[in-house]
Write a protein that binds this ligand. Structure first.
Ligand code: MTE
Length: 301
């Protein structure tokens, strides 16, 4: 029988045991920030990871299919029809096909994950997502030998998406992950925020969240997932390969060609809030650094 890719890691493997924190905090926390906060006594872990408000999360973001302004998605995304919804899963899988949103949801386990979210534009939030591990879905359709990458595509509906009539990007929006990144237990498909259905502007009904990568890797309103042998093209890399690489791991030591990535502005911090230092892999270094062992992170930005 053919060997199937199986992620051997589970959530327990990547989560350090912290007896004094409850599960919600464990999901949000990682060694670096928690350690610094608790030992240094400057800020408690809880302060550091206080989630942003529903209002902040749902009114300030990017979804260029609905315009390039930060308020455009909230103003315009109501036109997106999210039900019925289906996702085509194809390429190197045992069971290719078109899966309805309901079928997918009936097979997976949805849980809450409070993650730091770092946009490439140097703003950040903390978001309490509800979602399921992407690995769960991929294992159900059966990843075949030879698959090394996962490609994702957003819906392309000119009638419902005013932004796609403007050629800011080569539509549909496309993203990709290496298979081991896609199978990592931190990588989720989000379907909710604060226990409520995910709003259209945040990528309804199903969007990717890869918390150690810049926000643009977290592609919204996904209609297609393809398992490939070759590294797939991605929208931002196609638009500007000098500025946006395939990996796009959060890295305070590698500047964007036009600005530093060493610090970030936390949305909701108020007008005079200090910028916070950006953490390697967005604070998830302990969990994901192993994926990039031996790789030159400046060359593979
Ligand atoms: N997905 C699609 N389809 N189109 C987009 O324009 N923008 C990305 C990402 N996913 C984008 C997308 C960028 S740049 C960011 S920062 C996040 O979505 C922001 O959205 P969020 O705050 O809802 O995560």
């Amino acid at each position: 029988m053919a060997r199937r890719y199986q992620s051997k890691l589970t959530w327990d493997d990547v989560t350090p045991e912290r007896l004094f924190l409850n599960r919600r905090q464990i999901m949000a926390g990682t060694g670096a920030l928690l350690g610094a906060g608790l030992i240094g006594g400057r800020a408690t872990a809880q302060e550091a990871l206080e989630p942003n408000t529903w209002e902040e999360i749902t009114t300030y973001n990017n979804f260029y299919e609905f315009g390039t302004g930060k308020g455009d998605p909230a103003a315009n995304a109501h036109t997106l029809t999210t039900s019925p919804w289906s996702v085509e899963i194809d390429g190197l899988v045992d069971s290719p096909g078109t899966y309805s949103f309901e079928d997918i949801m009936s097979d997976v386990e949805v849980e809450e994950r409070i993650y730091r979210f770092r946009c490439v534009e140097a703003w950040s939030m903390v978001i309490p997502w509800n979602g399921f591990e992407l690995a769960d879905l991929l294992n159900r359709v059966g990843v075949q030998d030879g698959a090394r990458y996962v490609a994702f595509e957003t819906a392309l509906r000119p009638d419902e998406m005013p932004g796609v009539n403007v050629p800011v990007l080569d539509w549909p929006y496309r993203e990709g992950l290496r298979l081991d990144e896609a199978m990592h237990p931190l990588t989720i498909m989000a379907t909710g925020i604060y226990g409520r259905e995910i709003p259209n502007q945040n990528g309804a009904p199903m969007r990717l969240v890869v918390p150690w990568k810049y926000g643009f890797k977290s592609i919204k309103s996904i209609v297609r997932i393809t398992l490939t042998e070759e590294e797939p093209p991605t929208s931002w890399n196609m638009a500007n390969p000098r500025e946006y690489g395939f990996y796009s791991n959060v890295n305070p030591n590698v500047s964007h060609p036009r600005w530093s990535q060493a610090s970030e502005r936390r949305i909701g911090g108020g007008l005079f809030a200090r910028r916070e230092p950006t953490l390697m892999f967005n604070g998830y270094e302990e969990e994901v650094a192993g994926l990039y062992e031996g790789m030159d992170l400046e060359a593979n930005f």
